[in-house]
Ligand binder design. Structure first.
Ligand code: SF4
Length: 229
């Protein structure tokens, strides 16, 4: 069968079939000239993915945006993930200028980040997308509120131990979470610390925990989060 027939029988869009293929969830089709032929095995695989989703497995994407991306790029990507691929939830982050990144020239500064997301979130887009963030973190991204970083809120643990201070930068590792929390000089981190590595960071690993704590301290914000913005 052709891709349109496979998509129809599986109850998904053609883009979704192609996405699964790209992610190697489906084997490549048999090609005859310019036509791609799919088999019952492809359909069975699609059914298995559907069954896994029914049993509770979730697909959540995490997309990083850079200064080469326009508000329309953000809209196009999130519309595609939300409407065409119909992933369960989506996370977004402005690119963080981490020291070892091969391309240091295209990270977003704070002002650019706020402008990018303010424009992308306009016209009801923000409410329509299934974003896996608290409303206050999204407010933070578009500059409606400002927060300090809480790097210990989403800690990073690897085979080397607990990474200090966060997932994005490494000032060494410790053996326990208690050591991480109690022995790290947290005043050295966050945008207001003067640490050049933190200067333009608005990443969710540092700021979503602050947004969640601010939400839990306010009845209004808690109700807003429960109603999903
Ligand atoms: S601002 Fe926070 S999350 Fe960002 S790099 Fe610095 S410590 Fe890590």
């Amino acid at each position: 069968m052709r891709v349109e027939e496979l998509a129809g029988k599986a109850g998904v869009s053609v883009d979704t079939v192609r996405f699964y293929q790209k992610q190697r969830l489906l084997p490549p089709p048999v090609r005859e000239g310019r036509v791609a032929w799919y088999t019952a095995e492809h359909l069975a695989r699609m059914a298995r993915v559907k069954e896994l989703r029914r049993r509770g497995f979730r697909v959540t994407t995490n997309t990083t945006f850079f200064d080469t991306d326009s508000p329309q790029d953000v809209i196009d990507v999130l519309n595609y993930l939300n409407d065409d691929l119909q992933v369960d939830q989506m996370m977004i982050s402005p690119g963080y200028a981490y020291e070892k990144a091969p391309d240091q020239d295209h990270f977003l500064a704070v002002r650019q980040t706020r402008e990018l997301f303010r424009k992308a979130f306009a016209n009801g887009n923000r409410n329509r997308w299934r974003l896996n963030h608290s409303p206050m973190f999204l407010d933070f991204l578009e500059g409606k509120v400002d927060f300090q970083c809480t790097p210990w809120g989403i800690p990073c643990y690897t085979i080397f131990g607990w990474q200090r201070p966060c997932y994005l930068q490494s000032d060494g590792h410790v053996a326990t979470y208690r050591e991480l929390v109690e022995e790290t000089d947290w005043s050295k981190y966050g945008r207001d610390s003067g640490n050049p590595q933190c200067r333009n960071c608005m990443a969710h690993c540092g700021y979503e925990p602050t947004a969640v704590m601010a939400t839990s301290k306010s009845l209004k914000q808690s109700l807003r989060a429960m109603a999903m913005r």
